[in-house]
Design a protein around this ligand. Structure first.
Ligand SMILES: *Cc1c(COP(=O)(O)O)cnc(C)c1O
Length: 350
């Protein structure tokens, strides 16, 4: 399909590269002397991993994290100065790709360590589980013996509750600090977006933010510093009148209390604008905030534009998507709001 200025999708994501870079710089500054990396798994949290990596690399970011080898392969060839880690480690079926390429597996279980060591795999990263009971070598095991002889670039762990004040945070930190004394590695890394805000004791050598780079308010203190990066926009397909007493949309969940004008927008739950926004979402039209009425459909959205007389077919409206607001409206997490953004959007970097 060839897209030309006259033939583009009727929905787009406007992606603010200056805001992305400003967020990374702010997080880097909060991390003090630690280097600041970027989690770009799940296609750069829905924005586009290649473009996110390009913008952040230009700003000076050197360390990137994806989940799988398929994600890593999509970013090849990697520029010489960049480092890419694959968080899920290495399965048997990944070994050929992993040994041939420049990305490093984050070895996360004894079987993976054995697999890597027996294949003569070279430099790797290692994940220690310090209390989340997800991926990582169990901190109670003899991790020093398990990792003996590995050439470890980054030894890391991951916080389970960084976005709240929880006793597990300092427990995990202390467990990781003890292991960092015992296990030789080039660098040590613990903090995600929210973890950075817990202070210098959590920073070690390298931080790994994801959510906050993309506009997520990972901790209350980040509000006012982190800028919105993603704005979904959809085109108006139709402006129509709805007489008082008529219902609107699937299952007739909304009835017009008076004569109304509505806009039918080209966006729906198949684009990640999920049904949690039914009757709760908002859209900017003619400088005003307009409510979503009725159910979100698969491909369409209905908005009350009675107060925006100049909006009509072909106009582009901004979907209100500052992440804390959209999260409260929809019941979705800020993470889900980003990673659910669908394939039908044109992704337009400004
Ligand atoms: C996703 C992920 C991150 C980034 O987390 P955010 O909460 O998005 O900042 C960091 N480290 C690991 C291991 C991850 O899986």
């Amino acid at each position: 399909m060839v897209l030309t200025p006259d033939f583009t999708p009727p929905l787009r994501l406007t992606l603010d590269s200056a805001a992305l870079v400003a967020n990374w710089r702010w997080l880097a500054a909060q991390g003090g002397d630690a280097a600041c990396g970027a989690a770009i798994k799940a296609n750069g949290y829905g924005l586009g991993a290649t473009e996110v990596m390009g913008h952040l690399a230009q700003a000076g970011c050197r360390d990137f994290f994806v989940a799988t080898w398929v994600e890593a392969e999509a970013l090849m060839p990697l520029a010489d100065e960049l480092s890419l880690s694959v968080l899920h480690g290495v399965r048997a079926e990944d070994m050929a790709v992993a040994l041939a390429g420049k990305a490093r597996p984050v070895l996360s279980m004894p079987e993976q360590v054995t697999r890597w060591r027996e294949a003569g795999g070279g430099v790797c990263d290692v994940m220690i589980d310090t209390g989340m009971n997800r991926l990582g070598l169990d901190w109670r095991a003899d991790c020093t013996a398990l990792t003996a002889g590995l050439q470890i670039d980054t030894l890391m762990s991951h916080l389970a509750c960084a976005d709240e004040e929880h006793p597990l945070n300092s427990l995990q930190r202390d467990r990781f600090a003890a292991l960092s004394e015992a296990i030789p590695a080039k660098r040590y890394s613990l903090a995600n977006s929210a973890g950075i805000g817990h202070g210098a004791a959590y920073h070690f050598d390298l931080t790994r933010p994801g959510l906050a780079l993309y506009g997520g308010i990972a901790r209350p203190g980040y509000a006012g510093h982190i800028r919105q990066v993603v704005t979904p926009q959809a085109q108006v397909l139709q402006r129509r009148k709805v007489p008082a007493g008529d219902s609107i949309g699937y299952n007739a969940t909304f009835t017009a209390p008076q004569d109304m004008d509505v806009a039918i927008l080209n966006i729906g739950y198949a684009d990640g604008y999920l049904r949690g926004f039914s009757g709760t979402g908002t859209v900017r039209a003619g400088g005003r905030t307009m409510p979503v009425v009725g159910r979100v459909s698969m491909d369409l959205l209905i908005v009350d534009i009675s107060k925006a007389p100049d909006v009509g077919e072909g106009d582009w409206l901004d979907i209100i998507y500052d992440l804390p607001t959209a999260s409260a409206a929809s019941g979705l997490s800020q993470y889900e709001l980003l990673t659910g953004l669908g394939a039908r959007f044109e992704r337009l970097w400004i």
